[in-house]
Design a binder for this molecule. Structure first.
Ligand code: 4BW
Length: 194
């Protein structure tokens, strides 16, 4: 991590150097601090990661970034797969949340899971779509976060999940956090601070 009592700069090869402040005793009268110890610190990427770690961005809450539930396409546990496929196709999304009657998140369903569930030996058995419920084929193990989760935690979770369902204290569905809104904020942060 970059030291607060140090200055960093790039050389012409884009290597980062760090000069540490060191207390030097002047023989004649006083003490003073000077940047005296120089060392090669790392590449531009190391500097970028340290800037992110030290920024307030990482400890910020995610609440401002959430897409509210009214704007999120979703299906319910007991919906048949033909209905879920219709919602997925019409919304244009690959996967969407699955909710129960109490508006709680129970999983997520994707086009791939639906098509996989009707894959017969020789063809897609489309006629079965109406007889299978969302609950039967949905993915149940999905990440969930609370509205006061830090950006840092959300960023880590989004590495493996294109969207994350957000719940309130009573576990009711609040909305989703998408990878694109996380990346947009990181992008804005770097555009502003360069
Ligand atoms: O209809 C779309 N409108 C817009 N503006 N962008 C779209 C649309 N469909 C896809 N995209 C783009 C987004 O950048 O393609 C990316 C991947 O979509 P996905 O995963 O595979 O359907 C989108 O990236 P994202 O905004 O970071 O969203 C990540 C995932 O979150 C999506 C989808 O599974 C889910 N999602 C996003 N908004 C949603 C939603 N699910 C339900 N309702 C919403 N409003």
């Amino acid at each position: 991590m970059l030291d607060k009592n140090a200055i960093q700069f790039y050389d012409k090869d884009e290597k980062v150097w760090e000069l540490k402040k060191k207390r030097v005793t002047d023989q004649r009268c006083n003490q003073s601090s000077h940047f005296v110890e120089g060392s090669f610190y790392g590449g531009r990427e190391t500097m970028t990661i340290d800037r992110l770690k030290q920024s307030q961005l990482m400890s910020k809450e995610i609440s401002d970034l959430i897409i509210s539930h009214e704007k999120v396409a979703h299906v319910q546990l007991q919906n048949p797969l033909d209905h879920a496929l219709l919602i997925l196709i019409k919304s244009g999304y690959t996967a969407i949340p699955v909710l129960d009657n109490d508006f709680r998140v129970r999983g997520q369903i994707s086009k791939n899971e639906i098509l996989d569930s009707i894959l017969g030996l020789e063809r897609l058995e489309i006629e079965r779509l109406h007889d299978i419920t969302v609950e039967t084929v949905m993915k149940k193990k999905i990440p969930r976060l609370k509205t006061d989760t830090t950006f840092s935690k959300a960023l880590t979770t989004s590495i493996n999940h294109p969207f994350i369902c957000i719940e309130d204290e009573e576990a009711s569905f609040v909305g989703i956090l998408t990878r694109s809104s996380i990346l947009a904020l990181v992008n804005r942060y770097f555009q502003q601070s360069t």
